[in-house]
Ligand binder design. Structure first.
Ligand SMILES: Nc1nc2c(ncn2[C@@H]2O[C@H](COP(=O)(O)OP(=O)(O)OP(=O)(O)O)[C@@H](O)[C@H]2O)c(=O)[nH]1
Length: 452
């Protein structure tokens, strides 16, 4: 029934959601901020660096601009300095922190330089874009990611502006993209709409007529053979040049839903191992403690719904508390984890639950989907009985309980699929969107005796 589709490491969180009036306002504000800031950075770089002409690189050309060695060294030093300033918080940082930030700024610059060493305009443009995004109050995740290690400097150096945008801007962009697609696909007259946006699959001319019909309301052309009743809307295309005809099917509600799930529990109970086992089917006996947070994406199909689980693995050690808690917000499900051979990690479940509810700002904790995992059931010397854990789950909101082993892969898939089910059940995320999922229909041969 459940089929795993793909798994992939990914960038930062993109929650699903609808566009709002506030959202549109935010985009405007963000745009204004970026404009203001771009000018500021241009000014800073241009005034400090004589060799820098301040021109924006359009990316259309790739002019190689050889510079004298010292000039180039000065420019790079200046860029490191600007990056350091963008990374440094308002309050005074101690010496150790400043050294770390300085190393980080150097590393980022080194990666940017490696990418654009042959093109100074692109190099400057890339640094400018990084500075603007680091300083943008709507993208605090970049700085946090870099400081916690969740976002490696080399990845940051390669990120486009689109990828660097915060959750809110990404949502807006997705919304606009989706609206753009459906707008140009949907409207059409009875005789079909002439379009230059579709390329003929035979003669490759860009002059076709598009007609869209809903199954069941109109007769389908005789040359359409496929008659899958699940297909809600069919778009017929006829090439004005060669007469080739084909059709596309748009399936309703075929959008993969993004669900953010977060793994919490004491250090060493096996959170990272559970995530790695589920996403990559790997187990490592020598894992380092997590610092801050990390996440991986995994697509799966559960009860005929395609969902993407964005699994956030957090640092269980107390000293990393301030690094992990900012990432609790927006979680759709919380996996409270303990180790069955460590009774203290079980007793601490209450504290983890409280910490999550507080920092994630959960309004109704009673109905929030928690799933409890008792990990390391492969080890001998168990300290927490299964019944004891089940009792805790019953008394604390009737949460589902899974006994797992990341080492031998016991119950891992089952637990994460239950997570997806719980979230879907608790929050009906179904949106009847027109997706761009396309199915090719075959054309009947003219000699076919059944053809009308
Ligand atoms: N025997 C056994 N060992 C496990 C299992 N899961 C994890 N471990 C081991 O337990 C140790 C800690 O695992 P991690 O996955 O790093 O634990 P964590 O909860 O992510 O720890 P923090 O990052 O400090 O919060 C590692 O040595 C793992 O190999 C399991 O199911 N069985």
């Amino acid at each position: 029934m459940n089929q795993e589709l793909t798994s992939q490491a990914s960038g930062f969180s993109v929650a699903s959601g609808q566009l709002s009036a506030e959202g549109t306002k935010s985009l405007k504000e963000a745009g204004e901020f970026m404009n203001t800031h771009k000018a500021e950075v241009n000014q800073a770089v241009a005034s400090d660096l004589p060799s820098y002409n301040g021109e924006e690189d359009s990316g259309a050309t790739s002019t190689i601009t050889p510079q004298p060695a010292t000039e180039s060294t000065n420019l790079r030093a200046k860029c490191v300095e600007l990056l350091l300033r963008a990374l440094t918080p308002d309050q005074e940082a101690d010496v150790e922190a400043t050294t770390q930030l300085s190393t980080l700024a150097h590393t980022i610059e080194k990666h940017i330089h490696a990418l654009h060493s042959q093109n100074q305009l692109k190099y400057k443009s890339c640094v400018r874009s990084k500075l603007a995004n680091l300083k943008n109050p709507k993208s605090p995740h970049l700085r946090q990611g870099l400081l916690t290690g969740a976002l490696p400097p080399e990845v940051f150096a390669r990120m486009s502006s689109k990828e660097m945008a915060g959750e809110e801007l990404q949502q807006l962009r997705e919304g606009y993209t989706a609206a753009g697609i459906s707008e140009h696909q949907l409207p059409c007259g009875p005789g079909g709409m002439r379009t230059t946006k579709v390329r003929c699959r035979r003669c490759e001319a860009m002059d076709c007529t598009v007609t869209q019909v809903c199954r069941g309301t109109l007769f389908l052309p005789s040359w359409v053979k496929n008659s899958n009743t699940d297909e809600e809307v069919v778009t017929f295309v006829t090439c004005a040049g060669c007469g080739e005809q084909w059709s596309r099917v748009y399936v309703m509600a075929d959008k993969s839903t993004l669900l953010k799930v977060i793994l919490l529990g004491d250090g060493g109970v096996g959170k990272s191992s559970l995530m790695n086992r589920y996403v990559s089917n790997k187990f490592d006996t020598h894992l380092f403690h997590t610092i801050g947070v990390e996440f991986l994406n995994k697509e799966l199909e559960v009860d005929a719904r395609r969902v993407t689980l964005q699994i956030w693995d957090t640092a269980g050690q107390e000293r990393f508390r301030s690094l992990r808690t900012p990432f609790y917000r927006g979680s759709d499900c919380c996996l409270l984890t303990f180790s069955v051979d460590d009774s203290q990690s079980f007793l601490n479940l209450n504290l983890w639950r409280k910490e999550f509810v507080y920092y994630a700002d959960v309004k109704e904790p009673e109905s929030f989907p928690f799933v409890i995992l008792g990990n390391k059931i492969d080890v001998s010397g168990r300290q927490v009985a299964k019944e004891e854990a089940q009792r805790w789950c019953c008394e604390n909101g009737g949460h589902p309980y899974f006994e797992t082993s990341a080492k031998d892969a016991t119950n891992i898939v089952e637990a994460f699929e239950e997570v997806a089910r719980r979230v879907i059940a608790s929050d009906d995320k179904q949106e009847p969107l027109l997706s761009t999922h396309t199915v090719e229909l075959r054309r009947k041969s003219r000699s076919d005796p059944n053809c009308c």
